[in-house]
Design a protein around this ligand. Structure first.
Ligand code: 3VV
Length: 332
């Protein structure tokens, strides 16, 4: 996992410095947490080597669905794949199918196959296994740095900087101080606070309510790994981004539908393209949109922007949604 790449010839078309620190001081409590090494690095993405090309991963945070978080499985699969390539190649894309629900009561094994070592590209296939059966199949491709004059990117949307916004946690605390918060909503928000997900989020347009109007299926938020990771290990930052990319992504497809809730939803696949260097423990703008949903499925596409305007990562995912109308008597 060692990688000391410090510069990237394809990246700074806006001339910025992606490691720029936060401007305004944050609260002491938050800073204390930020000083601690990210649990993603110390635990979640720290795989145990069992044999040649065989690793074991453990869980940190499990969603309420009690099926394993897809981002964790993708992140761990990428860690396993990255262990089998040298320090001179970098993951540029991965493509995964979630074929079975992950069981949170047992560990996950990761079996890496060397598909091809070419002159510039190396391809690996990883199977995540529980109870002797695959829960995820993942193909990851690695590439040597090959500078080229062919360069372009979209422009980052204009949004307020993270220093001007509250974290999801702060928003919930603020909301809970209001009088007359309906009991069901209070329970829902308290559950969100109890979440030990090692990610920080600052929504651009917060909506702390269960009852929301149908909107354009698009959302923007600043996101980063909780805790410190540090510069210098690009492979690790890509694995952390894989974890982060799945967290608040799929629900974008539900934004176009009010008065319904998903009684069952799960991601079917997940693809990522890594364009340049970035720090997953620094704020990145995650732009998520859903161009299509029908037939109990929805497609979501995402772009992660470094705060200096450089497009760092693109993602896409399809999910299955079994929806039902919300009970109007209990509606909040
Ligand atoms: C601004 C920001 C603010 C913050 C916002 C934060 C929001 C986020 C908050 C919190 C985060 C929460 C975390 C996010 C999670 C992200 C997504 C994941 O990680 S999901 C995990 C990875 N993916 C998988 O685990 C799939 C693994 N694959 C599978 O399980 C299978 O392959 C599957 C289900 C995809 C297909 O398998 P089959 O074909 O056997 O399944 P079938 O038949 O479709 O059944 C599925 C369910 O649908 C029902 N079903 C089937 N047909 C139905 C029908 N016609 N009508 C209604 N229901 C039906 C079934 O009864 C079943 O439900 P029954 O599990 O039994 O409860």
């Amino acid at each position: 996992m060692a990688d000391t790449r410090a510069t990237d010839e394809t990246s700074d078309n806006t001339g910025g410095n992606h490691s720029s620190g936060d401007g305004n001081p944050e609260s002491r409590e938050v800073e204390k947490i930020r000083d601690l090494k990210s649990v993603l690095v110390t635990s979640v993405l720290n795989l145990e080597e069992l044999d040649v090309n065989l690793y074991r991963g453990t869980h940190h945070w499990v969603p309420r669905s009690r099926r394993l978080f897809g981002g964790q499985i993708v992140g761990q699969a990428l860690v396993a794949a990255a262990k089998s390539v040298g320090d001179d190649v970098y993951v540029h894309s991965l493509h995964c199918y979630f074929v079975r629900a992950g069981d949170p009561t047992v560990a996950v094994l990761y079996q890496v196959d060397h598909i091809r070592d070419g002159r510039s590209f190396m391809v690996r296939s990883v199977r995540a296994i529980q109870h002797g059966q695959p829960i995820l199949i993942c193909q990851a491709s690695f590439h040597k740095l090959q500078p080229s004059p062919l360069q372009h990117q979209f422009t980052m949307p204009m949004v307020p900087p993270p220093e001007d916004l509250l974290t999801e946690e702060q928003l919930i605390h603020l909301y809970l101080t209001k009088p007359n918060v309906p009991e069901k909503l209070r329970q829902f928000l308290n559950q969100r606070l109890a979440n030990e997900v090692p990610i920080e989020i600052k929504p651009i347009q917060p909506q702390p309510s269960l009852r929301r109007p149908a909107t354009e299926p698009r959302k923007l938020f600043w996101v980063r790994a909780q805790g410190h990771i540090g510069e210098g290990n690009m492979k690790l930052h890509c694995c952390v981004a894989a974890y982060i990319s799945d967290y608040a992504f799929l629900d974008t497809a539900m934004l176009s539908l009010a008065d319904y809730k998903a009684k069952f939803f799960a991601s079917l696949d997940h693809s990522m393209w890594f364009h340049t260097t970035f720090r997953s423990d620094e704020w990145m703008l995650y732009e998520c949109e859903s161009p299509w949903a029908a037939n109990s499925r929805g497609l979501v596409q995402g772009r992660m922007w470094r705060r200096d305007g450089v497009l760092a990562v693109s993602c896409s995912q399809e999910g299955v949604f079994r929806v039902q109308p919300v009970n109007h008597r209990n509606k909040l």
